[in-house]
Design a protein. Structure first.
Length: 172
């Protein structure tokens, strides 16, 4: 038990270190000030500690069930993910929940977090494009850069003249 607490504390400290620039430091470009949100660091630390302990408890329960199944000599075993994906109601519910989170996200968080997420998603799309280009062509070429340029330019023009945001332009 003490080992689990030590490990969860290390995970919590590491996660605080990794998320420090995004969660604690906020640059307000309109007022030219840097805001320090130290309470966010506490919430991240406590949240990751609790989630890590819950994860360890779930793994312990899974190991106990596996040992019990070995003793009972059950031959049929399937993973939780396989059982979840086999149930169409669960898949539809998961997709609906994910869609609801995506649709509500811009209105729940403030502009700073939305801009960070937009930037992260731009890089995700850039990475997906790189994966497709390298995977299909077998090499990295200037065509990839050209396609990214066309997408960025199209988004810029659509935003400037029609007011469409990143989320609306993403499927275009």
């Amino acid at each position: 038990m003490i080992q689990n607490i030590k490990h969860s504390l290390l995970i919590s400290l590491w996660f605080v270190f990794l998320t420090f620039p995004l969660m604690v430091i906020r640059v307000n470009t309109l007022k030219d000030i840097v805001e320090w949100r130290w309470m966010n660091m506490v919430w991240v630390a406590v949240g990751t500690f609790i989630l890590s302990m819950l994860w360890r408890w779930a793994l312990h329960q899974k190991q106990r069930r596996a040992k019990r199944k070995e003793l009972e000599d059950e031959t049929e075993s399937s993973s939780l993910t396989a059982r979840w994906l086999a149930d169409t109601k669960m898949v539809r519910g998961g997709i609906a929940a994910l869609l609801a989170i995506v649709l509500v996200f811009p209105w729940v968080v403030d502009t700073y977090q939305a801009n960070i997420m937009v930037l992260a998603l731009i890089f995700v799309v850039l990475g997906l494009g790189l994966n497709i280009t390298v995977g299909l062509a077998g090499l990295l070429d200037l065509g990839y850069v050209a396609f990214f340029l066309v997408g960025a330019y199209t988004y810029g023009v659509l935003y400037q003249f029609t007011g469409l945001g990143f989320w609306a332009c993403l499927p275009i």
